[in-house]
Design a protein around this ligand. Structure first.
Ligand code: FES
Ligand SMILES: [Fe+2]
Length: 428
């Protein structure tokens, strides 16, 4: 349970808010590279952290993320012309480069130098691992580029998708670090989804619906350990990584690709759910890629030409009561992604956390909230760089392992919880 002011602090990420400042300390995913596929392609509207921006790729292939609106009289530059190394407003022809600098005001004599005094807000936009990343904080505090393993491996080993989610970023993140719901909500899918089925760990998951949680602070966030009974008195551990502010990596299953998410605020009532799948030691197989593109595993089927799910709030997520009754799906909604999103969106755009009744399996959520609040306050009051900005904090892995009962998971799986280039994840 949180007090109202704590809930507000955690859920509001617009300009000038403490969580907004926190998010502006990191490189965050802004677009898929595929959204700007070639030089002079159409610009793309991007709303992030409650700021309305426009992304474009100019004649030389340079990426820019600038204020969506023209400095002249506020027209949306989405209607503009992407030509000759800049974006020209369709209203009166003012033109901007990828840094937001105005480079032409046709009505004014060139000698006046007027256009040099006009500059739109802009943020860097950099490609890495199929994603265009942006950093929306103070230029002098700009950290090194992100080094998440999925973005560092060769392109053939990694896949990324994104989908619009109609709720605040925090309730989506809280679903991502809540390992206990897997034995309920997703139980029917563990053995049917092509990106989950067949792993030995699934049996431990399904047999023991009362996992014991041990949550331990990591340099960048938390290790969230869920312990279930295995054979001969040993324990099956699933160790999720959460790195601030909103990166998660789900423990792997068998030889399947390893997946995880970012949740990035669009505004306070919507977020982008970014979903990655990768293998550090081999290219993704053609059939794995095919089912990912088809919206299976943690990905979602989206309306063609958009990143908006086909199953959504408007159509009750295509609820199938017969499938629910038959146990084909546990909730009646199909697929991991929309099972999660349907329930998280059902809480309303921003859940009132003053009314919750938390239990011991919510420990990861409780600790993540406190770590976020602490970091946001330390940044606002003393300018302390938050955890997760350092690239060393990003070189982490999730793991699933069977351990003897007397070994703390954090020590016993220390190596497995960090990146070992080219070596497969520890997985059961
Ligand atoms: S509003 Fe853009 S040029 Fe006038
Ligand atoms: Fe889930």
């Amino acid at each position: 349970m949180l007090r109202k002011e704590q809930n507000d602090l955690l859920t509001q990420a617009g300009p000038g808010t403490p969580m907004g400042q926190l998010f502006r300390s990191y490189w965050i995913p802004a677009l898929l590279t595929e959204e700007l596929p070639e030089n002079e392609c159409p610009p793309v509207r991007v709303k992030l952290l409650s700021e309305r921006l426009l992304a474009f790729r100019d004649t030389q292939g340079r990426y820019g993320l600038i204020d969506e609106f023209c400095a002249h009289r506020g027209v949306s530059l989405w209607f503009g012309r992407n030509e000759d190394s800049g974006l020209r407003c369709s209203y009166h022809g003012w033109k901007y480069d990828v840094t937001g600098q105005c480079i032409d005001v046709p009505s004014e004599p060139v000698e006046s130098g007027f256009c040099r005094k006009v500059k739109l807000k802009s943020y860097p936009l950099v490609e890495r691992g199929g994603v265009l990343w942006t950093y929306m904080g103070a230029p002098d505090k700009r950290p090194p580029l992100p080094e998440w393993e999925f973005a560092m491996v060769p392109a053939a080993q990694s896949y990324m998708s994104k989908r619009w989610q109609e709720c605040n970023w925090l309730q989506a993140l809280e679903g991502g670090i809540d390992s206990s719901h897997v034995s309920w909500l997703h139980r029917s899918d563990l053995e049917s989804d092509p990106l989950f089925k067949g792993a030995k760990g699934n049996q431990y998951n399904l047999k023991d619906a009362q996992p014991h949680f041990e949550v331990v602070e990591s340099p960048g966030g938390l290790y969230i350990g869920a312990r279930r009974n295995a054979e001969n008195g040993n324990y099956y551990w699933r160790i999720t990584q959460w790195v601030m502010p909103s990166f998660t990596m789900i423990p792997p299953r068998g030889d399947h690709p390893v997946h995880g998410h970012f949740w990035i605020p669009i505004d306070d009532e919507n977020c982008w759910t970014w979903s990655f799948d990768y293998r550090p030691n081999r290219p993704l197989r053609e059939q794995e890629l095919a089912v990912m593109r088809d919206g299976q595993g943690i990905h979602a089927k989206v309306i063609p030409g958009t990143y908006f799910p086909i199953a959504n709030k408007e159509n009750d997520y295509l609820m199938d009561r017969a499938a629910q009754k038959a146990g084909k799906t546990y909730s009646g909604v199909e697929g991991f992604a929309m099972q999660d999103a349907s329930l998280q969106e059902s809480m309303g755009p921003v859940i009132d956390r003053t009314k919750e009744n938390l239990v011991s399996t919510d420990n990861g959520i409780i600790m993540a909230r406190h770590r976020l609040m602490r970091a946001a306050k330390a940044l606002a009051d003393k300018g302390v760089t938050p955890p997760g900005v350092e690239t060393a904090h990003q070189r982490v892995r999730s793991a699933s392992v069977v351990l003897p009962p007397d070994q703390p998971f954090k020590d016993a799986a220390r190596e497995e919880l960090t990146v070992r280039p080219g070596v497969a994840h520890a997985s059961v």
